[in-house]
Design a binder for this molecule. Structure first.
Ligand code: AMP
Ligand code: MG
Length: 399
């Protein structure tokens, strides 16, 4: 691990190793968070016809008048009649504008005329042509591309897809991810702690990060600190998944067996060691198309290196933009630089007149997982001497 590489270089090596996965059709109601693998073109105008924007009366625009009400147009039920001079058709919001009409007057601006017999009549004010009519194709024209390949499908994207009549969307297959945690000390929550034991948190945090990043958990397991068990567990995971994530056992201790196991299994090393705090011992390699990440065991290091290196890979495997949103923020208080390593400082962000202000979430030890609570981003502090002053601007990777 003598030659530490930069965060950017590590990320570049990861992305260079990614070949996007295939695609599959996904029903809209299962597509939230998926990545679109096609351009979606509308086969219709939206709205498909001129419709009323108000409840009221459809009529021929003109001066104030008293009109016969000769029919009704409701949403989903076009009027049978056409509007002619001297007549109006009662209309609901969303109903097709009847033939002959060129304006709608809202019901609040009309008065019903009391009559003993004959068709009901209504008094309407002066009306401009086009008033309260939503034109066909106001929102989307036939042939328009409404969603582009690579888009992450959120509520609005799903709504737009439905509005052009699509029941399914072509989406990138979700990467299958196997999460392995290593360590003889790890105890599952719910069981009593034995001497020297701790509760394992990485399996849960990493599996949740995988899910957030669009991955599908292919399996998870706990691996003892022994060469043979480590090799067999990683071997099975490599067979079952597109991406294998191992936490712990990747450093230089005598009981760290992950790197040797990965090499024995034919995984080519692309890097080991990043000029990053927390997360220096991060390891990355590939076997055929399968990606393998050896993340440090310290819980914050595991989450940070997942965010910086594994999350972009999961995005790129799905054909989505790999870079998380970056913002800049001014520091609320001084931060000491690390002389040798770039630092990913967990920060809370708040808005102010000068834009975003970043304040740390508290003590930043790589074993202090509560520093991830409430973190909106990772402030990336370049290595160097001295400290950054309050008010200095830094780059923040948003979580
Ligand atoms: P390692 O990278 O295996 O040397 O582990 C570094 C530190 O992280 C040690 O203190 C481990 O006990 C701790 N650690 C490793 N895996 C986990 C885990 N899954 N949950 C919580 N702590 C862990
Ligand atoms: Mg360990």
């Amino acid at each position: 691990m003598s030659d530490l590489i930069s965060i950017d270089e590590a990320r570049r090596r990861v992305l260079q190793a990614v070949t996007p996965l295939g695609a599959e059709d996904v029903p809209l109601d299962l597509a939230l968070g998926r990545v679109l693998a096609e351009n979606v073109t509308s086969g219709i105008d939206v709205p498909p016809f001129d419709s009323s924007g108000m409840d009221g009366y459809a009529l021929i625009a003109g001066p104030e008048a008293e009109l016969d009400v000769i029919g009704e147009a409701r949403a989903g039920h076009p009027a049978a009649e056409a509007v002619r001079p001297g007549a109006a058709i009662q209309i609901s919001t969303g109903a097709p504008v009847p033939e002959g009409a060129d304006a709608v007057v809202p019901v609040e601006r009309t008065t019903a005329v009391k009559r003993a017999e004959g068709p009901s009549r209504v008094r309407v004010p002066e009306t401009e042509p086009g008033a309260n009519i939503r034109r066909a194709a106001d929102d989307i024209s036939i042939g328009a591309v409404v969603l582009r390949e690579g888009a992450v499908l959120g509520p609005a994207e799903l709504g737009v897809a439905a509005s052009v009549g699509r029941p399914t969307l072509r989406c990138a297959r979700r990467p299958r991810v196997f999460v392995l945690i290593t360590g003889d000390e790890l105890t599952p929550p719910g069981e009593p702690l034995k001497p020297g034991g701790i509760y394992g948190s990485n399996g849960f945090a990493l599996a949740a990060q995988v899910e957030r990043a669009g991955g599908a958990l292919a399996g998870r397991g706990t691996v003892p600190d022994a060469p043979e068990g480590t090799r067999s567990a990683i071997g099975e995971a490599l067979e079952a998944a597109d991406v294998v994530i191992v936490s712990g056992g990747v450093s230089v201790g005598p009981h760290d067996h992950v790197k040797d196991a990965l090499r024995d299994l034919g995984v080519d090393e692309h890097f080991w060691g990043v000029r990053l705090r927390p997360g220096k011992p991060a390891w990355f390699g590939t076997r055929d198309g399968t990606l393998a990440f050896g993340l440090p065991g310290n819980p914050v290091s595991a989450m940070v290196t997942f965010q910086l290196f594994a999350r972009p890979a999961l995005a790129a495997l799905q054909g989505a933009a790999p870079d998380a949103t970056r913002a800049t923020a001014v520091l609320a208080h001084p931060i000491a630089r690390n002389p040798r390593r770039d630092e990913a400082v967990r920060v809370r962000l708040r808005h102010s007149d000068e834009g975003l202000v970043a304040e740390t979430t508290g003590a930043q030890g790589s074993h202090m997982l509560t520093s991830m609570l409430g973190a909106d981003g990772l402030a990336l502090i370049d290595h160097g001497e001295g400290e950054l002053q309050a008010g200095e601007r830094v780059e923040v990777e948003l979580l």
